[in-house]
Design a protein around this ligand. Structure first.
Ligand SMILES: Cc1ncc(COP(=O)(O)O)c(C=O)c1O
Length: 374
């Protein structure tokens, strides 16, 4: 086992290469650089991959979530329930349209929203819930079904980290009213920056398409738009979409490799009692966008991250606890105790996870964790 490592072990290294270069070159040579036919191809292949009817490419998951809020006419006076332990983008989408995020606690094991608490938090003002399939661990479709059958609320899933995840054979992107994905370089597949809005509802699809394109809908038979909606520009260029088309060809290979790496971490972490690896229920295909472990109570997680960085290992906190961030502390409402989210915020650490990670590098990471904590 190596006791020193000269090269830095990165948190993530996207799997991009000659295929993506060739595809981008072809777009550049075509002269058609903005949102266009390659973007349509990416949308079409993406919706087929996840098994949904419609997909709208956007500039990020944050803008896809914003598009979802605007498409569903969520605005001032409305409340939207979001998990407290998530990326700020989840709740920003709510605040950006003038609605109020209601922060609820998450489940200790899955790290995802606690649907029992979310159910209790629903009131007359609740327009929507945004469950997050965090770190690649999909939310349970049965929970979504139960909420939908008991309440008149929309479900917009934040699946930024979960392209390709599955729960008992149900693929992420087919269980919620609208699902939003991210193609940031730390995600399962990447376009540099990019996102996708996915739905089975034709009306929402048409509206989202218009809003992302300045609010305009093409008039059939005429070469111009009719501006029916408020709009903006969330268009994904052909250049970035070309990378996405190539990435989709590799997605299942990417996920399989990440699962392999996660299993190897579990094996070499087993029995040392220093870190608890992520819990994964039977029947789930986790994408391991992040391999988020927990340090024991009393262990200083931040010192561990700093120490690992000295060892040339890029580790970091898993995500945020929104009620501790100034903007959400002052503007969001909290429902019930947020103690699990707060505990996870202080104890969760993500380890390097990507397709190029060697067994030796993973062993080195675990060896250094041991020497820093024992
Ligand atoms: C849960 C979650 N939602 C949304 C986002 C935002 O994604 P994007 O960077 O594509 O806007 C992230 C980014 O890390 C995330 O982790």
């Amino acid at each position: 086992m190596a006791t020193t490592m000269n090269k830095r072990i990165n948190l993530m290294k996207p799997w991009v290469g000659d295929e993506e270069l060739k595809a981008v070159k072809a777009v550049l040579e075509s002269g058609y650089l903005t949102d266009g036919p390659v973007t349509r191809e990416f949308e079409s292949k993406f919706k087929d991959y996840v098994g949904a009817r419609y997909a709208v490419a956007t500039t990020s998951c944050a803008t896809a979530l914003d598009l979802a809020m605007r498409t569903l006419d969520i605005g001032p006076g409305d409340e939207v329930i979001v998990p407290d332990f998530t990326h700020p983008a989840t709740a920003d989408a709510v605040a950006m349209v003038g609605a109020t995020p209601i922060l609820v606690d998450v489940d200790k094991k899955s790290y995802n929203i606690d649907f029992k608490i979310a159910d209790e938090a629903i009131n007359d003002k609740t327009k929507c819930i945004i469950p997050v399939s965090l770190f690649g661990n999909p939310v349970n479709p049965a929970d979504i079904k139960r909420i939908k059958s008991n309440h008149d609320v929309f479900i917009v899933e934040d699946a930024a980290c979960s392209t390709g995840a599955m729960f008992n054979g149900v693929k992420t992107g087919t269980m919620s009213d609208i699902t939003c994905f991210s193609f940031h370089p730390r995600k399962v597949i990447t376009t540099g920056e990019g996102g996708m809005f996915v739905t089975d509802n034709e009306g929402w699809y048409n509206k989202a398409k218009a809003i992302k394109h300045f609010g305009g809908e093409m008039i059939t038979g005429k070469n111009r738009f009719l501006f029916n909606h408020i709009g903006t520009n969330y268009k994904l260029s052909n250049i970035l979409a070309a990378i996405g088309v190539e990435q989709l060809k590799k997605i299942d290979a990417i996920i399989s490799k990440r699962v392999e790496k996660a299993e190897y971490y579990r094996k070499i972490l087993q029995g040392n009692g220093l870190l608890t690896p992520p819990f994964v229920k039977d029947g789930i295909r986790h994408t391991y966008q992040s391999f988020a472990c927990l340090v024991n109570h009393g262990t200083n997680r931040d010192s561990l991250i700093a120490g690992l960085r000295e060892d040339n290992i890029e580790a970091q906190i898993a995500t945020y606890c929104l009620h501790l961030e100034p903007f959400f502390r002052d503007s969001a409402k909290q429902y019930g105790s947020l103690e699990t989210a707060e505990d996870l915020f202080h104890r969760a650490i993500v380890l390097p996870m990507h397709n190029f990670l060697s067994d030796e590098e993973q062993e080195y990471v675990v060896e250094k964790i041991k020497s820093r904590l024992q």
